[in-house]
Design a protein around this ligand. Structure first.
Ligand code: SAH
Length: 413
């Protein structure tokens, strides 16, 4: 699919915040952030502005996955059922991936439909799924209760099955090379809207939607639409639901959950203190402030060194090796000297704490930028490796269905 002029962006019914002024308020996730972020310098009129706080819109209905186990029991009691019924319901949802009351025969027929209706409302509805890479990559467009739309991408590899989830409808970070960044921010997703993407992918994997037969969803990466750390509360609760064993949650390994961020420093520090060793990925894209402020506008607030320091603190607190993401853009950030400067900055903070993931730039509509020449990419990687930095090129799964990194725009043609 090639999004073109006739495409309708499905970012919801409200005017995208792309046209609204940069907001001064910052999510409570960032307790130390007490001054407004600087907007990127003189952006062209059509360029979305950096937006940290999500517009307030009608909240989706409360769902089991929004609630900690004790609160689920309270809801069961409100329906005249003993608290343990909530555990049974949780097991259906988190272990069997179902919200179908007809399959929950261990729950008494009287009141079952009401309980399921109250705790498992339909939050995300499939609009369409596109396949690529001989079916091993599946991009699904979901409609949310208010018409907002998000996408998730399921990918089967030899040794793992990974879901790329969205944490926001649109994104407020305004990175000019990212399709989602051009939409502006529609709203934050709720915890359950995030978990539902995972539950549905786990069910699809188990039910043989991917070539090779039934498989277990093993990995989740917050690399879909949105900046996860700008929606901290909902994302963290979703991570808890993902890693807690059933019936509390889905029972994924925390190390197999990756939170990818533009580098919201206070939120990285807060995440480091949560005691959940998820993998952190930092979208760096340039080792120097001058260029990074253009590519990742939040850099005007949290610069390269601050972001790298926070990533290093994250490693020290959790023992998890951090990933540095670096989209290689031809003649923009792919110079050998930049690889050298990146290596220098990483090594200045120690060895063995980090690896680099260069990503050949995926094309996005209207962007003049393109991926680096193969030889240039090789040289960039070689420089990092020579310096002793583990470096692996990220694959570009789903490119031809606009399902690769930075291509998600919830469009329906
Ligand atoms: N907001 C988060 C997560 C979403 S994007 C973040 O920025 O980290 C996931 C990754 O894809 C990020 O590293 C992002 O910079 C990268 N990306 C965005 N657009 C891209 C593009 N066109 N080509 C390659 N990678 C891209």
């Amino acid at each position: 699919m090639t999004p073109g002029a006739g495409c309708r962006t499905g970012a919801g019914d409200a005017a995208p915040s792309a046209m609204s002024p940069a907001r001064a308020t910052i999510d409570a996730a960032m307790p130390h952030a007490d001054t407004p972020p600087a907007a990127p310098t003189t952006p062209p009129a059509t360029r979305p502005l950096l937006t940290l706080a999500a517009p307030r819109r009608g909240k989706p209905p409360v769902h089991l996955a929004d609630l900690a186990p004790a609160d689920r029991a309270a809801v069961a009691r409100e329906h005249g059922l003993p608290g343990f019924r909530a555990d049974q319901l949780s097991r259906h949802y988190f272990a069997h991936f179902t919200r179908d009351a007809a399959r929950m025969t261990d729950l008494p027929a009287a009141g079952r439909a009401e309980l399921v209706g109250a705790l498992l409302p339909e939050l995300v509805t499939e609009v369409r799924t596109l396949e690529a890479d001989r079916g091993t990559t599946r991009k699904t467009l979901w409609a949310l209760h208010d018409g907002a739309r998000v996408e998730s991408v399921l990918m089967r590899y030899a040794e793992r099955t990974t879901l790329c989830v969205s944490s926001q409808a649109g994104c407020g970070m305004a990175c000019p090379f990212c399709a989602t960044g051009q939409l502006g921010l529609t709203r934050n997703l709720s915890t359950a809207e995030i978990v539902e993407q995972v539950r549905l992918a786990a069910a699809a994997s188990r039910d043989g939607a991917l070539p090779g037969g039934s498989t277990r969803l093993t990995n989740v990466v917050f690399m879909g639409m949105g900046e996860p750390l700008a929606n901290y509360g909902a994302v963290l609760a979703a991570v808890r639901r993902m890693v807690e064993p059933p019936p509390a949650g889905l029972g994924l390994s925390a190390r197999n959950v990756t939170v990818s961020t533009v580098g919201l420093v206070p939120a990285i520090d807060r995440l480091a203190g949560e005691g959940i060793p998820v993998t952190l990925a930092l979208s760096l894209h340039a080792p120097d402030d001058e260029l990074r402020s253009e590519l990742v506008p939040i850099n005007t607030r949290y610069g390269v060194d601050e972001a790298l320091d926070a990533a290093h603190r994250y490693f020290r607190a959790t023992g998890r090796r951090v990933s540095i993401e670096y989209a290689l853009i031809r003649d923009v950030n792919d110079h050998a000297w930049r690889a050298g400067l990146l290596a220098e900055k990483l090594l200045a903070r120690g060895r063995g704490w980090v690896h680099v993931n260069p990503i050949p730039l995926n094309p996005t509509p209207g962007s003049k930028w393109t991926a680096s020449e193969p030889g240039v990419e090789e040289e960039f990687v070689a420089r990092l490796r020579q310096a002793g930095i583990p470096t692996t090129i990220r694959d570009t799964r789903g490119r031809d269905i606009d399902g690769a990194c930075g291509q998600l725009a919830a469009e329906e043609c």
